[in-house]
Ligand binder design. Structure first.
Ligand code: MG
Length: 383
């Protein structure tokens, strides 16, 4: 029987790579749902090729544009709840959750409630609501397989031993384009410079997050929930070549790493086919041609965002929702030219420290904390 998959965020970087991975496996996979935010033309082209029974578009104003671009008549959902409606009404085996930011949260939670396998690229879902998401997954026997390359590496490396024998994990970070910049030089960084990642080709928001290393902060929180680790068990090491995607240390002192070329298609495919493996369109790794693999500790002074990851992994509660929302807002203000590059971590930290902490929030509390943090960043900048 064919596996049926829904892709949330199909027009983004991970979404497009997912379809690329599925192409040679078309005899075994059916795309039954595609969802996007506002990119009508790409969504229509994908739907016309893959013929899912349903599509979803978050932008309501572009409903008629999508209708006229479609060469057939799938069920179509529009508006704020379109992604959730798609997940709720189309039966499937796997949901690829690849929306960037808080917009993917409710549909991801619902996929978990329905007990689907979730290939999770929307790291924000775990940062905002990790405790809730993992509890729901356990209650509904949903399997969450990470798509984030570091977490995919840890997920794979953990299969080398018992979970109880894991001493710690180490997330690798490329260090981004400003790895060797001074603090003064970082203050003058332009949007175009921040959007130029040395090793990975990704969407704009995550590329800026990589440059501030906020991406690694979010990934510390993501690892804390995904693998049920204590924050003391999670380390970060800078590895500019982006070949070792992360490592796990077991109690006997053995380190297990996962290595491959920096290509998101490898972790995406593994999340789809796990526990099976099959040939992947990503370029194979030629280890003999790599002169060196370097690993060194991150500079916490030049990349203060890293402290925030550790702080939020320790505190839990509403702090993840505030961290994520404050950062998302600060990144978009930086991209509009309203604040400096170094302000992103500063404003995020300020808002995080000011927030009224709630240790055991409901989903509504988390969404309220998210809304508060967005307003608070704007207020801080105005004053
Ligand atoms: Mg990553």
């Amino acid at each position: 029987m064919k596996q049926r998959v829904i892709i949330l965020g199909s027009t983004g970087s991970v979404g497009c790579n997912t379809l690329d991975v599925l192409l040679p496996m078309r005899d075994r996979w059916d795309v039954v749902g595609l969802a996007a935010g506002s990119q009508v033309e790409t969504l229509a082209a994908q739907a016309n090729e893959w013929r899912p029974s349903a599509v979803a578009l978050a932008s309501e104003t572009q409903a008629s544009a999508l209708d006229s671009a479609l060469a057939y008549a799938p069920t179509a959902f529009f508006g704020e709840n379109a992604l959730l409606d798609l997940v709720a009404s189309v039966d499937c085996d796997c949901v690829v959750s690849a929306v960037v930011g808080v917009g993917g949260l409710s549909a991801t939670l619902h996929a978990v409630e329905l007990g689907r396998r979730v290939a999770l690229a929307n790291k924000e879902a775990l940062v905002i609501a990790g405790s809730l998401l993992m509890q729901l997954a356990a209650t509904n026997s949903a399997t969450i397989v990470p798509v984030d390359s570091e977490h995919s590496a840890i997920f794979q490396a953990m299969r080398a031993g018992r979970t109880s024998d894991v001493r710690r994990v180490c997330l690798t970070a490329s260090g981004g384009p400003f790895r060797t910049h001074s603090l003064e030089a970082m203050e003058r960084v332009t949007v175009d410079e921040a959007l130029c990642h040395p090793t990975w080709n990704m969407g704009p928001k995550i590329t800026i997050d990589s440059a501030t290393m906020m991406n690694k902060a979010l990934e510390i929180v993501e690892a804390r929930w995904l693998f049920d680790l204590s924050p003391d068990q999670i380390g970060v090491v800078v590895h500019p070549e982006s070949i070792i995607h992360s490592l796990v240390e077991f109690c006997d002192g053995s380190w297990i790493a996962q290595m491959s070329t920096p290509d998101m298609r490898t972790p995406i495919q593994y999340a789809l086919t796990y526990p099976e493996r099959c040939a992947c369109p990503a370029k194979p790794l030629d280890l003999a041609r790599i002169n060196q693999l370097s690993l060194f500790p991150p500079d916490m002074e030049r990349f203060p965002a890293l402290h925030l990851g550790d702080e939020v992994a320790r505190r839990g509660g509403t702090s993840g929702a505030v961290l994520n929302a404050a950062n998302e807002t600060a990144v978009s203000l930086f991209m509009r030219g309203d604040i400096r590059f170094t302000d992103i971590a500063q404003y995020t930290q300020r808002v995080l420290r000011q927030h009224e902490f709630n240790a055991s929030p409901t989903l509504d509390d988390l969404l309220a904390a998210d809304r508060w943090a967005r307003k608070e960043v704007a207020r801080c900048i105005a004053c």
